[in-house]
Design a protein around this ligand. Structure first.
Ligand SMILES: *[C@@H]1O[C@H](CO)[C@@H](O)[C@H](O)[C@H]1NC(C)=O
Ligand SMILES: *[C@@H]1O[C@H](CO)[C@@H](O)[C@H](O)[C@H]1NC(C)=O
Ligand SMILES: *[C@@H]1O[C@H](CO)[C@@H](O)[C@H](O)[C@H]1NC(C)=O
Ligand SMILES: *[C@@H]1O[C@H](CO)[C@@H](O)[C@H](O)[C@H]1NC(C)=O
Ligand SMILES: *[C@@H]1O[C@H](CO)[C@@H](O)[C@H](O)[C@H]1NC(C)=O
Ligand SMILES: *[C@@H]1O[C@H](CO)[C@@H](O)[C@H](O)[C@H]1NC(C)=O
Length: 940
C-alpha cells in the first residue's frame, strides 16, 4: 500500500474541521527540538583533545545593538591535564580573535605566573577549532589562564547563537532585541570556549546594555556600573553561576517588563528561588496568569526531583520575534516565543522547567544521549501537565496520540520510509513510553526514587542513558520490584534497539484456566516477509486485568516475557470471565486473544458495567481489534463485534480510534460493499453526532467541538442526509452569488459533500471556479477546490470528465502539478483509481504519445492507475493491461510489475476478509434497531 494518508486528511488544506493531529497521515508527533535531528551530525563532530580543561570563565561582552556587532574579552581559568605545547578551543569561523594570551603557574614554581609566548595561532579550515602553538611545553598539573579578545557579528537571519531581531510596537516604533540560543553547540559562535557539555564551570558574565533596556542572564545582576562618557549605556555584572555547560549560558537584552510580582519559592528540599515572568509591556496582558502557572508547575517539578536547584532566580521570558523551533532553555533563563508563552497548555512549560534539572543540572554526556534526556523530560512533562490540568491537557489524548503513530509506523514493512527525519522523533517517543512503562511496572514510588538517586549522583556532571536505567534498576532491586533475573537496562535495550514492536497473542485454555502467551513482530501492512523477524524478541511486562476481580490500579506484571517466544500463565479465571493483558497500554504493544476471550470482552463492553474498564483501555481494545483484523491476525467479524458497544459509548477517547478505522477499512473494501459500509458508518455515528449537536455552548470543551466535527465529516462522506442537505443549501448561495470567482463565500467543510453526493451541475460549477480562478486570489484555495473535485466524487462521469479536460484536451488552465494532484487524489477511493485505470486503458495510445517525453507524469499515472487495486478482479484488470501492452510501459515497466505483486498480496487478504465483512455488515444492517432513514441517494 503506497500511502495511508487519509482521504479526508488530504482534503484538509485548511484547518477547518479536523483537529490538527488528524491532518497528517496519523497523529504526527509534536514538534521536537532541533538537537535530536542534529544528533547524528553532532555525534560525528570532532571533539577537543583532552589536554587541558577549563575551570572558570570570566566573560565581558560589548554588543553594539544598532550595528549588530559585538566585541568581547574572555579569560578562561584552565588546568593542564597533559604536558603539551598546543592548546585547542572551539571558535566559529565567524568570530575573529584579535588578541590572545596564555599564562601559567608551573608546578615547579607555583608562585610565579609565567607568560607563555604563542608561536602560532591557526584556524582549522574545516572545523570550528582554533589552535595555539606555544613556544614551550607546559607540564601537566599547571594552572593558568587563556585570554582572548574577539569580535563578531550578531546573527540576524536566525535566532541562534548570539542574535539580534526586532519588532514594531503599537506606537509604530521599531525595537531591537538581542539574545542567545546556544544549544547544542552555538556558544563558540559568540566566544572562544570549550564547547562540550562535559566541561562544566562557573561563569562570570558582564555585559554592556542600553540604559533603557533590561539585561537578563542565568543569575541575578550583582551590580550595575556607569560607563565614563556613555550616558546611555551601563555595565551589568552578573553573579557567578554554578558550574554549568556552555550550552546553558544565556543572555537577553530587550525592552522587557516584569509581569506582576515575583514568586518566591522555598521548600524543604533546599530550593530558594525567585520565579519571574517577563514580556514586552504591550504583551503583558496576554501573559496574565503566567506567574501562577509557573509557580504551580515549578512546585510539581521541584517536588518530583527533590534535589534543589542551585539557582537563586529563574526568569521566563516571552521574547518578541523569537523564531526558535523550541524555547531556549538556558539555565535559569528560559526564552519562549510569545505565542507559546501565552498558550493555555502546560506541557511545554513543564518540559522546560524539567530541563533545569535534567539537561542543565545533569547534562547528557554527548548529543547521542540527548534522546534519553528528551524522552524522560517529555514523559515527566506530560505526567505533570496531566496532573495539574486534571487530564484535560491535549484533550486527555496523551499517550494515545504518540502511541498510535508508533503502532502504525513500526508495523510498516519499511518503517520511516516515507518521512525521513522522523526516525529520531519516533525513537525518542518510544523511550518516552518506556519510562511510562517502568513507572507502572516498578510502581511510581520506586520509579521516582530511582530518578532522584540518579539526579543526585549526576548533578553538576553529565550522564548517559545507561546511568538512568542503572539507577532505576538499583531502586527496583532495593524495593523488590523486579524479578532477580531481570534488569531495567536489558529490558529497555530490547525495546530501544529495534524499529519494531511486538504483538503479544494470548490463547486461553478454559479447561486448565491457563493462558499461553506468545510474542512475535507486529506487522500490519502486507507483505509480512520482514528479514530477521523470527529473531526479534522483547522483554515485555504482562500486566493482567481480569473480570473476576476487576482492578486496574494494580499494575505490577504477573510475569515478564523474557527473551523467549512463549510463556504459560496459570491461575487465570474461568470461562465466564475475560482477561485483559496490557491494560492502559502500559507497554507499547497490541494484544490479540482467542475468539472466546474477545467475545467475553465484547459482551462486557456492551453492558452497563462498561465504564469499570477505564477509557484508555476501552480505546485500546477497540484499536487493537480492528488493527489486528486489518493486519490479517483476527476475524473482521470479531473486530466489528468490538464496535457494537459504541452505541452506548460517549467518551471521546474511546471514539478516537474509530475514525481512523473508518478511513483505513473504507479504502480497503471494494465498491460492491461500499454502500453497506456507508450504512454501517451512518448507524454508528449518527446517534453520537445528534447528541453532540444538542446544547452547544459558547465555552464548550475543545474535545467536544473536535469530535462533533469529525463525526460530521465522516457522516457527510457516508451520505448522511441532513449534512448533505445543509451543504447543498450553502453551496446554492455560492452559485447564486453575482461574482462567484471573487471569493468563496462558504466554509470548506461543505464542498466535499456536494461534489460527492450533489448533482453534475453542482460539480460543474466547482470545475468552472477552478478554471476561472483569478491569479490574484490565494492559490491554496484553488488547490483545495481541485483536490475535492478529484477526490470526492464517487461517480465515474465526474472523474472521467475531469480527466478528459485536464489530460486529453490538455486545457491550458491546468498545470503539470495539477495533474499529479489529480492522480494522487484518485488513488484515495476505488471509484477514483478504477476510473483512472479505465481512462488509461481506453486512451492508451493517446496518453502514451502525449507523455512520451515526460516520464515522471507517465510513471505517476501508471502508479496511480494500477497500484491501489486490492482484489482478484483488480489483479485481472491490471494483468490484462500488462499483457496487452507488454513492452510499451517504458520507464514504468517495473512499476506495473510491482503493482501486480502487491495486488496479489492484497487480493489474498481481500478474498479472506471481504466476504466476512460483507456478511457481518448484512447481519448488522438487518438487525440494527436504529433505522437508517437519513440517507441520501446520489443525485444525477
Ligand atoms: C581564575 O583564577 C583566579 C586565580 O586563582 C581567580 O582569582 C579568579 O577568580 C578565577 N576566575 C574565575 C572566573 O573564577
Ligand atoms: C588575562 O586574564 C587575567 C585573569 O583574569 C587578567 O588578570 C588579565 O588582566 C588578563 N589579561 C588581559 C590582557 O586582558
Ligand atoms: C483540577 O482539580 C482540582 C481539585 O479537584 C481543582 O482545584 C483544580 O482547579 C482543577 N484544575 C483544572 C485545571 O481544572
Ligand atoms: C459476534 O457477536 C455475536 C453476538 O453479539 C456472536 O454471536 C458472534 O459469534 C460474534 N462473532 C464472532 C466472529 O466473534
Ligand atoms: C471523455 O472523452 C471520451 C472520448 O473523447 C468520450 O467518449 C467521453 O464521453 C468523455 N466523457 C465525459 C464524461 O465527458
Ligand atoms: C481555460 O479554459 C477555458 C474554458 O474551457 C478556455 O476557453 C480557455 O482557452 C482556457 N485557457 C487556457 C489558457 O487554455
Amino acid at each position: 500500500m503506497k500511502t495511508l494518508v487519509c482521504v479526508l486528511a488530504c482534503l484538509c488544506v485548511s484547518s477547518y474541521s479536523l483537529p490538527p493531529d488528524k491532518m497528517h497521515a496519523f497523529h504526527i508527533i509534536k514538534t521536537r527540538s532541533i538537537d535530536l535531528n542534529n544528533a547524528h551530525g553532532l555525534a560525528m563532530e570532532s571533539r577537543l583533545e583532552k589536554t587541558l580543561e577549563p575551570t572558570a570563565y570570566r566573560l565581558e561582552l560589548e554588543p553594539y545593538l544598532e550595528d549588530g556587532v559585538f566585541k568581547g574579552h574572555v579569560s578562561i581559568n584552565v588546568t593542564w591535564l597533559e604536558n603539551t605545547d598546543e592548546i585547542s578551543v572551539h571558535c566559529a569561523h565567524e568570530i575573529e580573535i584579535t588578541e590572545s594570551e596564555v599564562k601559567a603557574f608551573m608546578p615547579s614554581n607555583s608562585k610565579e605566573l609565567l607568560k607563555i609566548p604563542i608561536k602560532k595561532m591557526s584556524t582549522d579550515p574545516k572545523k570550528p577549532i582554533v589552535t595555539l602553538r606555544l613556544e614551550r611545553t607546559v607540564p601537566k598539573s599547571s594552572v593558568g589562564f587563556l585570554n582572548f579578545s574577539f569580535k563578531g557579528n550578531m546573527q540576524t537571519s536566525s535566532t541562534e547563537a548570539f542574535f539580534k531581531t526586532s519588532y514594531v510596537t503599537d506606537q509604530e516604533t521599531e525595537r531591537i532585541v538581542a539574545a542567545t540560543q546556544f544549544r547544542p553547540n552555538n556558544a563558540r559562535r559568540m566566544f572562544p570556549c570549550f564547547d562540550e557539555p562535559a566541561y562544566k564551570t562557573p561563569f562570570e558574565l558582564s555585559v554592556v546594555r542600553p540604559r533603557s533596556m533590561v539585561a537578563l542572564s542565568n543569575t541575578p545582576v550583582a551590580r550595575t556600573e556607569d560607563i565614563n562618557g556613555e550616558p546611555n549605556a551601563v555595565w551589568d555584572h552578573f553573579e557567578r553561576t554554578p558550574p554549568m555547560s556552555t550550552f546553558t549560558l544565556g543572555l537577553v537584552i530587550a525592552d522587557l517588563k516584569q509581569l506582576g510580582e515575583s514568586t518566591h519559592y522555598k521548600d524543604d528540599n533546599g530550593n530558594n528561588i525567585e520565579l519571574r515572568v517577563w514580556g514586552r509591556p504591550e504583551y503583558l496582558q496576554a501573559l496574565e496568569g503566567m506567574n501562577e502557572k509557573v509557580a504551580q508547575v515549578f512546585a510539581e517539578v521541584a517536588n518530583f526531583w527533590q534535589v534543589p536547584l542551585p539557582l537563586t532566580k529563574l526568569d521566563i521570558v516571552a521574547l518578541p520575534n523569537y523564531q526558535g523551533v523550541k524555547p531556549a532553555d538556558n539555565w535559569g533563563l528560559i526564552v519562549f516565543k510569545e505565542s507559546e508563552a501565552s498558550s493555555r497548555g502546560l506541557l511545554q512549560l513543564a518540559a522546560e522547567l524539567s530541563h533545569a534539572w535534567l539537561g542543565a543540572l545533569a547534562s547528557p554526556a554527548w548529543w547521542s544521549d540527548a534522546h534519553v534526556n528528551k524522552a524522560l523530560v517529555g514523559y515527566l512533562a506530560a505526567e505533570i501537565a496531566f496532573k495539574i490540568n486534571n487530564g484535560s491537557e491535549m484533550e486527555g489524548k496523551w499517550p494515545m496520540t504518540v502511541l498510535y503513530s508508533l503502532y502504525y509506523e513500526f508495523s510498516k514493512r519499511y518503517p520511516h520510509s516515507r518521512i525521513t527525519g522522523m526516525k529520531q522523533e519516533t525513537a525518542c517517543t518510544k523511550i518516552e513510553l518506556l519510562f511510562r512503562m517502568f513507572n507502572y511496572t516498578l510502581g511510581g514510588d520506586t520509579f521516582r526514587k530511582g530518578l532522584r538517586m540518579f539526579i543526585e549522583s549526576r548533578k553538576f556532571k553529565t550522564f548517559t542513558g545507561d546511568d538512568i536505567w542503572n539507577a532505576l534498576n538499583t531502586a527496583a532491586v532495593a524495593d523488590g520490584k523486579i524479578p532477580s533475573d531481570l534488569d531495567v537496562k536489558t529490558v529497555a535495550k530490547s525495546w530501544i534497539e529495534k524499529d519494531r514492536l511486538p504483538l503479544i497473542t494470548v490463547n486461553r485454555n478454559y479447561e486448565t484456566n491457563s493462558a499461553m502467551v506468545t510474542q512475535k513482530v507486529y506487522l500490519r501492512e502486507r507483505p509480512h516477509d520482514v528479514p530477521d523477524a523470527a529473531k526479534m524478541l522483547w522483554w515485555a511486562p504482562l500486566v493482567v486485568a481480569r473480570s473476576d476481580r476487576l482492578d486496574f490500579t494494580n499494575t505490577t506484571p504477573v510475569a515478564w516475557m523474557r527473551n523467549h517466544r512463549e510463556l504459560n500463565l496459570i491461575n487465570m479465571p474461568d470461562k465466564d470471565h475475560f482477561i485483559i493483558v496490557n491494560p492502559e497500554e502500559i507497554a507499547p504493544f497490541p494484544v490479540n486473544y482467542d475468539q472466546d476471550n474477545w467475545n467475553l470482552i465484547s459482551s462486557y463492553l456492551q453492558s452497563e458495567k462498561r465504564t469499570k474498564i477505564p477509557e484508555l483501555t476501552r480505546a485500546k481494545l477497540l484499536h487493537d481489534a480492528w488493527n489486528l483484523a486489518y493486519a490479517g491476525q483476527l476475524s473482521f467479524a470479531t473486530a466489528f463485534n468490538m464496535t457494537l458497544f459504541l452505541k452506548h459509548e460517549r467518551h471521546h477517547l474511546v471514539w478516537d480510534p474509530v475514525f481512523t478505522m473508518i478511513d483505513h477499512v473504507g479504502r480497503h473494501i471494494c465498491s460492491s460493499i461500499h454502500d453497506k459500509f456507508h450504512t454501517y458508518v451512518r448507524i454508528l455515528l449518527s446517534p453520537l453526532y445528534e447528541e453532540l449537536t444538542k446544547d452547544v455552548g459558547e465555552d464548550e470543551e475543545s474535545w467536544r467541538k473536535n469530535l462533533r466535527s469529525l463525526c460530521k465529516t465522516f457522516l457527510c462522506r457516508a451520505g448522511y442526509e441532513p449534512c448533505v442537505r445543509e451543504a447543498r443549501e450553502q453551496f446554492a448561495a455560492w452559485r447564486a452569488a453575482p461574482g462567484p470567482d471573487d471569493g468563496n463565500p462558504i466554509s470548506n467543510q461543505y464542498i466535499c459533500p456536494v461534489f460527492e453526493w450533489g448533482s453534475e451541475q453542482e460539480w460543474d460549477f466547482g470545475l468552472q471556479r477552478v478554471i476561472n480562478f483569478p491569479p490574484s486570489r490565494k492559490q491554496s484555495e484553488r488547490t483545495y477546490l481541485l483536490k475535492t473535485l478529484a477526490g470526492c466524487p464517487i461517480d465515474e462521469y465526474k472523474i472521467e470528465k475531469l480527466l478528459n479536460i485536464t489530460v486529453l484536451e490538455g486545457n491550458g488552465n491546468f498545470t503539470e502539478t495539477d495533474l499529479f494532484l489529480i492522480f494522487s487524489m484518485l488513488t484515495g477511493s476505488s471509484q477514483g483509481y478504477t476510473t483512472l485505470f479505465h481512462f488509461l486503458n481506453n486512451n492508451w495510445d493517446t496518453l502514451k504519445e502525449k507523455f512520451a517525453s515526460k516520464t515522471n507524469i507517465w510513471d505517476n499515472l501508471i502508479t496511480s492507475a494500477t497500484s491501489e487495486f486490492k482484489t482478484q478482479a483488480g489483479l485481472e484488470l491490471v494483468s490484462n493491461l500488462y499483457v496487452a501492452h507488454q513492452g510499451e510501459f517504458g520507464s514504468a515497466e517495473h512499476i506495473i510489475e510491482k503493482s501486480m505483486r502487491n495486488i496479489r498480496e492484497e487480493a489474498k487478504w481481500s478474498a479472506e476478509n471481504l466476504p466476512v465483512i460483507e456478511k457481518w455488515l448484512d447481519n448488522y444492517i438487518n438487525n440494527a434497531d436504529v433505522k437508517d432513514d437519513q440517507y441520501i441517494k446520489k443525485l444525477q
